[in-house]
Design a protein around this ligand. Structure first.
Ligand code: HPA
Length: 264
Protein backbone atom coordinates (compact mmCIF):
# COMPACT_ATOMS: atom_id res chain seq x y z
CA UNK A 1 0.00 0.00 0.00
CA UNK A 2 1.18 3.54 -0.70
CA UNK A 3 1.60 6.04 2.13
CA UNK A 4 -1.45 7.96 0.87
CA UNK A 5 -3.58 4.79 0.95
CA UNK A 6 -2.43 3.92 4.47
CA UNK A 7 -3.28 7.46 5.62
CA UNK A 8 -6.72 7.46 3.99
CA UNK A 9 -7.50 4.12 5.59
CA UNK A 10 -6.48 5.38 9.03
CA UNK A 11 -7.80 8.95 8.87
CA UNK A 12 -10.62 8.87 6.35
CA UNK A 13 -11.10 9.88 2.74
CA UNK A 14 -11.78 13.59 3.27
CA UNK A 15 -9.14 15.58 1.40
CA UNK A 16 -6.40 17.37 3.28
CA UNK A 17 -6.37 21.12 2.59
CA UNK A 18 -3.03 22.22 3.98
CA UNK A 19 0.26 20.61 4.91
CA UNK A 20 2.33 21.80 7.82
CA UNK A 21 5.95 20.89 8.60
CA UNK A 22 7.04 21.43 12.19
CA UNK A 23 10.70 22.16 12.88
CA UNK A 24 12.95 21.73 15.91
CA UNK A 25 11.10 22.07 19.20
CA UNK A 26 7.84 23.07 17.47
CA UNK A 27 6.20 19.63 17.64
CA UNK A 28 3.63 20.46 20.34
CA UNK A 29 1.44 22.28 17.78
CA UNK A 30 0.47 18.84 16.48
CA UNK A 31 -1.20 18.13 19.85
CA UNK A 32 -3.65 20.97 19.21
CA UNK A 33 -5.23 19.28 16.19
CA UNK A 34 -8.80 18.11 16.78
CA UNK A 35 -10.14 14.68 15.73
CA UNK A 36 -6.52 13.78 15.22
CA UNK A 37 -5.10 10.56 13.84
CA UNK A 38 -1.37 10.13 14.43
CA UNK A 39 0.74 7.80 12.31
CA UNK A 40 4.46 7.19 12.95
CA UNK A 41 6.66 7.86 9.92
CA UNK A 42 7.99 4.31 10.34
CA UNK A 43 4.55 3.05 9.18
CA UNK A 44 4.60 5.20 6.02
CA UNK A 45 6.67 4.07 3.01
CA UNK A 46 9.12 6.74 1.88
CA UNK A 47 8.69 8.94 4.94
CA UNK A 48 11.89 10.02 6.67
CA UNK A 49 13.44 8.19 9.58
CA UNK A 50 14.25 11.37 11.47
CA UNK A 51 16.93 10.77 14.04
CA UNK A 52 17.27 14.38 15.16
CA UNK A 53 16.28 15.09 18.76
CA UNK A 54 13.47 17.64 19.00
CA UNK A 55 11.76 16.04 15.97
CA UNK A 56 8.90 13.66 16.65
CA UNK A 57 8.71 11.64 13.42
CA UNK A 58 4.96 11.36 13.09
CA UNK A 59 2.20 12.50 10.77
CA UNK A 60 -0.92 13.96 12.35
CA UNK A 61 -4.10 14.34 10.32
CA UNK A 62 -6.78 16.43 11.97
CA UNK A 63 -8.46 19.79 12.22
CA UNK A 64 -6.65 22.98 13.06
CA UNK A 65 -8.05 26.49 12.73
CA UNK A 66 -11.16 24.99 11.12
CA UNK A 67 -9.19 23.32 8.30
CA UNK A 68 -8.25 19.74 7.60
CA UNK A 69 -4.50 19.60 7.90
CA UNK A 70 -1.70 17.08 7.57
CA UNK A 71 1.04 17.90 10.04
CA UNK A 72 4.52 16.52 9.44
CA UNK A 73 5.96 16.65 12.92
CA UNK A 74 9.63 16.17 12.21
CA UNK A 75 11.55 16.47 8.96
CA UNK A 76 14.53 14.95 7.23
CA UNK A 77 17.48 17.30 6.86
CA UNK A 78 20.06 17.17 4.11
CA UNK A 79 22.78 16.72 6.74
CA UNK A 80 21.29 13.44 7.95
CA UNK A 81 21.73 11.49 4.73
CA UNK A 82 23.23 13.78 2.12
CA UNK A 83 19.95 13.48 0.20
CA UNK A 84 18.43 16.88 -0.58
CA UNK A 85 15.26 15.15 -1.81
CA UNK A 86 14.65 13.15 1.37
CA UNK A 87 11.31 14.91 1.93
CA UNK A 88 10.05 14.26 -1.60
CA UNK A 89 7.90 11.18 -0.86
CA UNK A 90 6.31 12.86 2.18
CA UNK A 91 5.48 16.03 0.25
CA UNK A 92 4.19 14.05 -2.73
CA UNK A 93 1.94 12.22 -0.31
CA UNK A 94 0.51 15.51 1.02
CA UNK A 95 -0.17 16.57 -2.53
CA UNK A 96 -1.85 13.22 -3.28
CA UNK A 97 -4.06 13.70 -0.20
CA UNK A 98 -5.29 16.98 -1.66
CA UNK A 99 -3.10 19.65 -0.05
CA UNK A 100 -2.88 22.87 -2.05
CA UNK A 101 -0.63 24.78 0.32
CA UNK A 102 2.28 24.04 2.61
CA UNK A 103 3.35 25.94 5.72
CA UNK A 104 6.94 25.27 6.74
CA UNK A 105 8.43 26.11 10.12
CA UNK A 106 11.93 25.94 11.47
CA UNK A 107 14.36 27.23 14.06
CA UNK A 108 16.92 29.67 12.68
CA UNK A 109 19.80 31.92 13.58
CA UNK A 110 19.35 35.65 13.00
CA UNK A 111 21.79 37.94 11.19
CA UNK A 112 19.86 40.98 12.34
CA UNK A 113 20.87 41.86 15.92
CA UNK A 114 17.56 43.64 16.50
CA UNK A 115 15.69 40.39 15.73
CA UNK A 116 16.64 38.13 18.62
CA UNK A 117 15.58 34.84 20.24
CA UNK A 118 11.84 33.97 20.07
CA UNK A 119 11.22 36.53 17.28
CA UNK A 120 9.16 35.17 14.39
CA UNK A 121 10.24 35.85 10.81
CA UNK A 122 8.26 35.06 7.67
CA UNK A 123 10.45 34.09 4.74
CA UNK A 124 10.38 36.60 1.90
CA UNK A 125 12.95 34.73 -0.18
CA UNK A 126 15.90 32.37 0.21
CA UNK A 127 19.51 31.97 -0.90
CA UNK A 128 20.64 28.48 -1.87
CA UNK A 129 24.39 28.62 -2.42
CA UNK A 130 24.88 24.99 -1.46
CA UNK A 131 25.17 23.63 -4.98
CA UNK A 132 22.51 21.10 -3.91
CA UNK A 133 19.00 20.92 -5.25
CA UNK A 134 16.38 18.24 -4.61
CA UNK A 135 15.41 18.26 -8.29
CA UNK A 136 18.87 17.23 -9.49
CA UNK A 137 18.48 13.98 -11.39
CA UNK A 138 14.86 14.59 -12.35
CA UNK A 139 14.15 14.45 -16.07
CA UNK A 140 11.76 16.53 -18.13
CA UNK A 141 11.02 20.21 -18.42
CA UNK A 142 9.00 20.40 -15.18
CA UNK A 143 12.28 20.45 -13.24
CA UNK A 144 12.91 24.03 -14.40
CA UNK A 145 10.77 25.59 -11.70
CA UNK A 146 10.19 29.36 -11.64
CA UNK A 147 11.27 30.57 -8.20
CA UNK A 148 10.37 34.25 -8.45
CA UNK A 149 7.56 33.75 -5.97
CA UNK A 150 8.93 30.82 -4.00
CA UNK A 151 6.83 32.10 -1.11
CA UNK A 152 3.26 32.78 -2.10
CA UNK A 153 2.67 36.59 -2.12
CA UNK A 154 -0.93 36.20 -0.94
CA UNK A 155 0.06 33.97 1.98
CA UNK A 156 2.81 36.41 2.94
CA UNK A 157 0.34 39.29 2.95
CA UNK A 158 -2.20 37.28 4.96
CA UNK A 159 0.45 36.34 7.51
CA UNK A 160 1.14 40.03 8.05
CA UNK A 161 -2.51 40.94 8.45
CA UNK A 162 -3.20 37.99 10.80
CA UNK A 163 -0.12 38.86 12.87
CA UNK A 164 -1.24 42.49 13.14
CA UNK A 165 -4.73 41.40 14.21
CA UNK A 166 -3.31 39.05 16.86
CA UNK A 167 -0.71 41.66 17.91
CA UNK A 168 2.16 39.26 17.19
CA UNK A 169 5.26 41.06 15.91
CA UNK A 170 6.16 39.47 12.56
CA UNK A 171 9.30 40.28 10.60
CA UNK A 172 10.14 39.30 7.04
CA UNK A 173 13.54 38.18 5.86
CA UNK A 174 15.74 36.20 3.51
CA UNK A 175 16.73 32.71 4.71
CA UNK A 176 20.14 31.35 3.78
CA UNK A 177 20.33 27.55 3.64
CA UNK A 178 23.52 26.16 5.15
CA UNK A 179 23.88 22.39 5.12
CA UNK A 180 25.05 21.89 8.70
CA UNK A 181 25.23 19.92 10.89
CA UNK A 182 28.09 22.04 12.23
CA UNK A 183 27.00 25.60 12.84
CA UNK A 184 28.50 28.37 10.71
CA UNK A 185 31.76 30.15 11.35
CA UNK A 186 31.65 33.91 11.99
CA UNK A 187 33.39 34.41 8.60
CA UNK A 188 30.66 32.40 6.86
CA UNK A 189 28.02 34.48 8.58
CA UNK A 190 29.73 37.72 7.50
CA UNK A 191 29.78 36.39 3.92
CA UNK A 192 26.08 35.49 4.09
CA UNK A 193 25.25 38.94 5.38
CA UNK A 194 26.89 40.48 2.31
CA UNK A 195 24.85 38.06 0.17
CA UNK A 196 21.61 39.37 1.61
CA UNK A 197 20.78 36.93 4.42
CA UNK A 198 18.65 37.83 7.42
CA UNK A 199 18.34 34.25 8.72
CA UNK A 200 20.43 31.11 8.55
CA UNK A 201 19.29 27.54 8.97
CA UNK A 202 19.79 23.93 7.96
CA UNK A 203 16.41 23.01 6.51
CA UNK A 204 13.34 24.19 4.62
CA UNK A 205 14.85 25.31 1.29
CA UNK A 206 14.83 21.80 -0.24
CA UNK A 207 11.20 21.47 0.86
CA UNK A 208 10.29 24.82 -0.71
CA UNK A 209 11.81 23.70 -4.02
CA UNK A 210 10.03 20.34 -3.89
CA UNK A 211 6.73 21.94 -2.93
CA UNK A 212 6.94 24.48 -5.76
CA UNK A 213 7.74 21.63 -8.14
CA UNK A 214 4.50 19.99 -6.96
CA UNK A 215 2.57 23.22 -7.48
CA UNK A 216 1.88 23.85 -3.79
CA UNK A 217 1.61 27.39 -2.48
CA UNK A 218 4.26 27.87 0.19
CA UNK A 219 4.75 29.96 3.31
CA UNK A 220 7.65 29.58 5.72
CA UNK A 221 8.14 30.86 9.24
CA UNK A 222 11.27 30.84 11.37
CA UNK A 223 11.48 30.98 15.11
CA UNK A 224 14.74 32.77 15.86
CA UNK A 225 16.58 30.77 18.49
CA UNK A 226 19.90 32.65 18.53
CA UNK A 227 21.93 35.37 16.91
CA UNK A 228 24.14 33.84 14.21
CA UNK A 229 27.82 33.12 14.88
CA UNK A 230 29.83 36.25 15.54
CA UNK A 231 26.82 38.43 16.42
CA UNK A 232 26.87 37.44 20.09
CA UNK A 233 29.31 35.87 22.53
CA UNK A 234 26.89 33.12 23.53
CA UNK A 235 27.60 29.52 22.59
CA UNK A 236 25.35 28.13 19.82
CA UNK A 237 23.97 24.66 20.55
CA UNK A 238 21.19 22.36 19.43
CA UNK A 239 20.11 22.13 23.07
CA UNK A 240 19.44 25.88 23.18
CA UNK A 241 17.80 25.75 19.75
CA UNK A 242 15.24 23.26 21.07
CA UNK A 243 14.70 25.13 24.34
CA UNK A 244 14.17 28.56 22.75
CA UNK A 245 11.97 27.15 19.97
CA UNK A 246 9.81 25.47 22.61
CA UNK A 247 9.58 28.74 24.58
CA UNK A 248 8.41 30.70 21.55
CA UNK A 249 6.39 27.86 20.07
CA UNK A 250 3.04 28.87 21.56
CA UNK A 251 3.12 32.26 19.80
CA UNK A 252 4.09 30.68 16.50
CA UNK A 253 1.24 28.19 16.96
CA UNK A 254 -1.23 31.06 17.50
CA UNK A 255 -0.05 32.74 14.31
CA UNK A 256 -0.41 29.55 12.26
CA UNK A 257 -3.86 28.80 13.66
CA UNK A 258 -4.83 32.42 12.92
CA UNK A 259 -3.67 31.99 9.33
CA UNK A 260 -5.66 28.77 8.95
CA UNK A 261 -8.77 30.44 10.40
CA UNK A 262 -8.28 33.27 7.93
CA UNK A 263 -9.02 30.76 5.21
CA UNK A 264 -5.77 30.27 3.28
N1 HPA B 1 22.61 28.34 12.27
C1 HPA B 1 22.04 27.35 11.54
N2 HPA B 1 20.92 26.76 11.90
C2 HPA B 1 20.33 27.18 13.02
C3 HPA B 1 20.87 28.19 13.82
C4 HPA B 1 22.08 28.81 13.41
O1 HPA B 1 22.62 29.74 14.06
N3 HPA B 1 20.02 28.36 14.88
C5 HPA B 1 19.02 27.47 14.71
N4 HPA B 1 19.19 26.74 13.60
Amino acid sequence: MSAAEIIRKAAGEAPVEIGLVLGSGLGPLADQAGNAVSIPYAALPGFPRSGVSGHQGRLVIGRLGGRRVAILSGRAHYYETGDAAAMRPALETLKALGAGALILTNAAGSLRPEIGPTAIVAHADYVNWSGRNPLIGEEGDARFVDMRDAYDPDLRARLQSVAARLEIPLHEGVYFWFSGPSFETPAEIRAMKILGADLVGMSTVPEVILARRLGLRVAALSMVTNLAAGFADAEISHKDTKAVAAAGGATLARLIIGLLEDGI
